[in-house]
Write a protein that binds this ligand. Sequence first.
Ligand code: 4AZ
Length: 263
Amino acid sequence: MFRQAVVIFVLFGCTLAGLIEPRYKPDDFGGRIVGGEPTTIEKFPYQVSLQKGGSHFCGGSLYSPNIIVTAAHCLQSVKPKEIKVRLGSANYQSGGEYVSVRSLKYHEGYDSSIMTNDVAVIRLDTPVRYSNRIQPIKLATTNPRTGAPAVVSGWGTEKFLVGSIQKILQQVQVDIVSMADCSSTKYKYGSQVRETMVCANVEGGGKDACQGDSGGPLVSEGKLVGIVSWGNMCARKDYPGVYSSVADLRSWIEKNAAELNEQ
Ligand code: 4AZ
């Protein structure tokens, strides 16, 4: 029951976050993502915004000049033609490059009831040119240890359910919690956290990814280690944010990025 409720919240949340109009005030620089701060695209040149009808609905990361890595759950009800990707801008509504999508593929093993293998790749219609605002991120080859510092970024809400999509990219520093530690009795997920997942939090809660950050990057030591996937609400002490493990899913990403490019 509980697990179903969480999944419904996550799915509903991503949809809802995509529909809510931004309530951004230029003089209001309180905590965003949850507990984060506004940043620049030069610091996060791999971050992209996935959009439908001009509304941001999920994040993603640039892998190569024409491939984006994101979460499978972001793409469940969308066709390539309906999506546009903004790259190279901290403002999701303007600037940078605004590119159409040619094709997409999500993991065959993605299971929406337990959120395993929550990964997908997107091929852009035209490759982008790299600059100080547009750069790819390398995929992690091993899972980071518990306690490793990491950063998560996105345009997602600053609160669960009652927050709003942010106009300017936000970032927050968190610490990695390994899959083994995240499913231990230290937290309350138990066996819901399993293979292909990694967690991140801060002691006591208060910093996290939230609705609309899904699909976006968790980076540690300059490598993409996680993809924002799910959680029991946001920034709660006993419930770290849960990410798809890039180290576990790396071979799938590489293979399927290559396959999209051959089509
Ligand atoms: C969401 O609904 C969502 N705190 C993303 C991340 C987390 C919870 C919900 C993790 O997109």
